[in-house]
Write a new protein. Sequence first.
Length: 268
Amino acid sequence: MSGNWSTGWRRLLVIIPAVVLGGEAVALLTGLVSWRDAVLLLVVLELPHLALVLGSMGYATVLAIRRWRAGEPRWIAFRRSYYQVLPAPLAWAVTRELASLIAVGTLIRWPRPGIGGYSAGRGRVFAVLLVVILVELVVLHQLIPWPGVRLAHDLVGLYSLVIVVGYWAVPRTHPHRLLPDQLELRAGHDVVAVLPWPGTVVAERETRPGRAAITNGVLVLPNGRGVTTLTLRLREPATARLGRSGGLVRVVELGVDDPDGFRAAVPV
């Protein structure tokens, strides 16, 4: 019963803006309303929808706190609750942005949080994005003549900078962890697989392109440049979960920042 209610509620959060935007588009194309009236109508109709979204996020947060207090790991409880209440695209956006903000805070508290781990490094893409956002922020700040609009633009631009830094920081602050008896593979905040060392062998050092996936018993976890640098072969299959897909894997194609250092650190 609760599952049907949750599914219906998520659909409602998607249907409302679709109906509003579709109706406004038809009204504009047929000349029933002017652009000014359409904007005012959009604001009036979307305010209740925004209130529903914010209320749903509040309810999801309450569920997450209950699950965390019941013993679930904090991030898993948060993500599970938001995906239960919100439509999947919105839940994905909220959880990714929160993960970015947490990663920025972690970087501020611990300047080198990745020490001892092997993160999926990202660099050039995020450096380019930062430069583009900074240039756009400075140029439009000079060109926008209205103080209120300029302030809103500056706030959104600064927030975008924080989020981009957070996307870069997530794998740095939550790296793969090489522990004495096991390897903990991560994708951001999510633990993808835990491999015990007695059943794991580093087969070879090789570089190949790849996309994160679980296919035919093979787990592919590339680095931020979309390549894997090591192949791990398991004597016993291990359980892996990546997003909505999961299963037993015997081979892991892994991308790390320092593959030679990784191989040297592996207990034989």
